[in-house]
Design a protein around this ligand. Sequence first.
Ligand code: SF4
Length: 287
Amino acid sequence: MLADARIVLREQFLKADVGITGANFLIAETGQTVIVTNEGNGDLTQLLPRVHIALAGIEKVVPTLEDTMTIMRVLARSATGQEMSSYTTFSAGGRRKGDLDGPEAFHVVLLDNGRSKLLGSPTEDILRCIRCGCCLNACPVYGKIGGHAYGSTYSGPVGAVLTPSLAGLSEAHHLPNASSLCGRCEEVCPMRIPIPKMLRHFREEEVASGMAPASARRGIALWAWFASRPGLYRTMTSLTTGVLSLFGRKRGRFSSLPMAGAWTATRDLASPQGKSFQSQWARRSKS
Ligand code: SF4
């Protein structure tokens, strides 16, 4: 397969008039674009065709070469655990007289597409993202459902913030809810982006703007009512857990359940196993 791909694709690269790449970084100080890959596909695209167009979001602009080197140190380590990616290419323009290769013309297109509107907003920190994918690897939700479920280019925790930020909350208000808010994404993020805080912001906005389904709003209001009455909350949760574990003992899961139809329509609900967290906590605190 590799040999075939080489034969077929090399020819295409050599014949192409224009190669369009993204850029991992755009260095303001030197005017260079930087591409980091492990496959060399970016290099074939930018070196072999007659014209190279680098199309990148404005957040890819980094002030200096030194800043770029600092960020590059964390990029490969957070993405694939490598010290350095296989190919890191700095481009500073088209082919000069005497150069052996390179495009005849070189253009950089800066894409805003909603990014500058994020400046000063509660989700502006997401513009620091270097797309290392580390938060995806750490996310238990992404690990279970995979990337396609997020319905856009960016998946996982970063996608759950970036997609509603760029496309608008009305287009993607379900994404910030696809999180257990465990905080692992923020813990592993090399750029220290507070993703859970931004997911909470979108959830608040979703409820405030009336986008959240009425059933979800009623459910949360009910939960809040119980949660502010600890005695009643403990009694109700231990009763519910007891009943569910009794009826779910045989199969270990429910394929349908009253008031949980939205959940069980597409997957089973696991029945509670063992003691609740509250009762285990109380028992351990005593011993
Ligand atoms: S949010 Fe952080 S961990 Fe996730 S892709 Fe961006 S830089 Fe990497």
